[in-house]
Design a protein around this ligand. Structure first.
Ligand code: ADP
Ligand code: ADP
Ligand code: MG
Length: 538
């Protein structure tokens, strides 16, 4: 039996029909009549990293504003007094926290979600910004750890997304606060940078600070957190923070779509990871053999070794930022002309760029129906792609008014409904929450399998890579200077090659099969490095 009645849960629109009565006393904030309602809050504890896992629009930022003292919760009534909040949380670990917050004994620091907006608010050189933030006297250490030496004298408005992210994290860490909140610290970063940032945030907690983080890359969340809360509910309507759960168990319950303590099923299907060796890669026919390709930009040179792509397979492209992944994909898409070699095939290619330009006047439905009206009505595409990505809910919106995550889902959909032989998707998970990433992964896999088409996907999220890939294409070299694209290989060989370069080992979770990063220097980490099995031991 299901304690809370949950009816048909499309992949990312979690719908719970009846709220249990006991929740009402956990009602923390209601923005207004018929407006969003937040139930319960996450724990905050000195010396701990508390992770939050859940879809966008379920109250994560609202909870953080409350914990940072920026929003006085109305307790779903007309409360205007912190004393009532303290009373409402009596016996809860948050009682003490709110007492301190009321007495201004808590100083919070927030690393915001949208780092792209920072240049609008902050002007000047990186060095000056970080010097000003430095209340703990660790400027040199933090700059070195986050590899910011080369951008110190640059103006903030000239930074790339990944550089802005690392500057924002550095600025937060340099503050002397009690409570640190990191909202999506991995956006724009490559895997090596993601795990490095995770370690730096962990050190904050190890030094006694209270840390809260929202993270949609599950491998990073897993590596980073001591406990997690799953947030469930109906995006835009209400959100409920689960009890704190052990990180491993919490992520597994999330993947299963069922929260045990709460007795709530919020997704009909569970997400399972198969060992990639079980996949039948290279059993299909060859779609195309591409030649050696070189692109020389003057400052940067990419050399791609020749390779072959098969029908019905998904190949993931992995490698650090600035190594030429986008450049390679653009050459296959016919957007960039190679300096050496030629892409002269008869293939139809559909391409989703990394940076999505919006110059379309009209609604989402207009745009998509112009591309392929038939597929919008096709029941396979409806169940496998459109509904899981929540696209029909966006049909009436103007394309140029979409948020980052909405635009990403529309762009992925636009690419996947085109009739093509080869689908090129450059960083499809950017701006997506965890549930949407899983939905996109399933859609890509199912469409390629069913239609016998081929997809090349540039991605940094290890769980997504593991879930979707038949094979892997590894990029190596010196970021910003020169890159080399190796031919596609099997997952094991590719992951070993790639992770050896990054210096990180992964194991598989026995229950869900999902990849988990080993802690540096743990027994498993050392054993696996010794035998050269960076990804998993059979
Ligand atoms: P998340 O961080 O999980 O994406 P938020 O806490 O930002 O979620 O928002 C949860 C919901 O509350 C959203 O539907 C948002 O539109 C709504 N909301 C946020 N701030 C306000 C506000 N000041 N007034 C009314 N609704 C709001
Ligand atoms: P990745 O996708 O792996 O992050 P890119 O292919 O986007 O890398 O970029 C690789 C390198 O090529 C970067 O140093 C980038 O600045 C440079 N680059 C990309 N496009 C151009 C261009 N049009 N002109 C000059 N340099 C470029
Ligand atoms: Mg790129």
């Amino acid at each position: 039996g299901c304690g809370i009645c949950v009816h048909k849960c499309p992949f990312n629109a979690i719908t719970i029909v009846n709220l249990p009565e006991e929740l009402e006393e956990g009602c923390v904030h209601r923005y207004g009549v018929n407006a969003f309602v937040l139930y319960r809050l996450p724990v905050v504890k000195d010396g701990m990293v508390v992770g939050i896992l859940g879809p966008n629009g379920t109250g994560k930022t609202t909870a953080v504003k409350i914990l940072a003292g920026q929003l006085l919760p109305n307790l779903c009534g007309d409360n205007e007094d912190w004393d009532n909040v303290i009373r409402a949380f009596r016996g809860n670990e948050l009682q003490n926290y709110f007492e301190k917050l009321k007495n201004r004994q808590i100083k919070p620091v927030v690393k915001p979600q949208y780092v792209d907006l920072i240049p609008k608010a902050v002007k000047g050189k990186v060095r000056d910004l970080l010097k000003k933030a430095d209340e703990v006297g660790k400027f040199d250490d933090v700059v070195r750890e986050l590899e910011l030496e080369n951008v110190l004298d640059r103006d903030i408005k000239h930074l790339s997304g990944g550089e802005l992210q690392r500057v924002a994290i550095a600025a937060a860490i340099l503050r002397d606060a009690h409570f640190y909140f990191f909202d999506e610290p991995s956006s724009y970063l490559d895997i090596k940078q993601r795990l490095k940032v995770a370690r730096i945030i962990r050190h904050l907690a190890d030094s006694g600070k209270a840390v809260l983080t929202v993270e949609h890359d599950l491998a990073v969340l897993d590596y980073l957190s001591d406990v997690i809360h799953v947030v469930y509910g109906k995006p835009g309507a209400y959100g409920i923070f689960s009890q704190p759960k052990g990180t491993r168990n919490g992520i597994n319950e999330f993947l299963r779509g069922y929260l045990k303590d709460e007795n709530v099923r919020f997704r009909p299907q569970e997400i399972r990871f198969t060992k990639s060796s079980e996949r039948k890669s290279q059993e299909g026919e060859i779609l195309v053999e591409y030649p050696r390709l070189v692109k020389d930009y003057g400052g940067f040179r990419l050399e791609a070794e020749p390779g072959a792509l098969y029908m019905g397979e998904v190949v993931s492209i992995v490698g650090p930022n600035g190594i030429g992944k986008t450049t390679f994909v653009k050459m296959l898409a016919g957007v960039e002309k190679p300096t050496e070699g030629e892409v002269d095939w008869e293939l139809k290619v559909s391409y989703k760029p990394q940076y999505i330009k919006v110059d379309y006047e009209g609604t989402v439905y207009d745009l998509l129906s112009k591309i392929n009206a038939g597929k919008l009505l096709n029941s396979f595409y409806k169940t496998e792609l459109l509904n899981p990505l929540g696209v029909p809910d966006l049909y009436d919106k103007q394309v140029n008014e979409l948020s980052g995550g909405e635009l990403q889902r529309v762009a992925i959909t636009a690419a996947l409904i085109r009739d093509a032989d080869l689908y090129l998707l450059d960083e499809p998970s950017a701006y997506l929450d965890v549930e949407q990433r899983l939905a996109v992964s399933r859609a890509i896999r199912h469409l390629m399998e069913k239609e016998g088409k081929t997809a090349l996907v540039v991605e940094h999220d290890v769980l997504m890579i593991d879930y979707i890939s038949d094979r892997l294409m590894v990029f190596e070299g010196e970021p910003g200077k020169h890159g080399k694209a190796l031919p596609p290989t099997g997952m094991r060989e590719g992951m070993n090659r790639f992770l050896a370069g990054v210096g990180i080992t992964f194991r598989r979770d026995p229950d869900t099969g999902r990849p988990r990063a080993n802690k540096e220097n743990s027994v498993k980490d050392r054993e696996q490095k010794e035998i050269g099995e960076y990804y998993y031991v059979a």
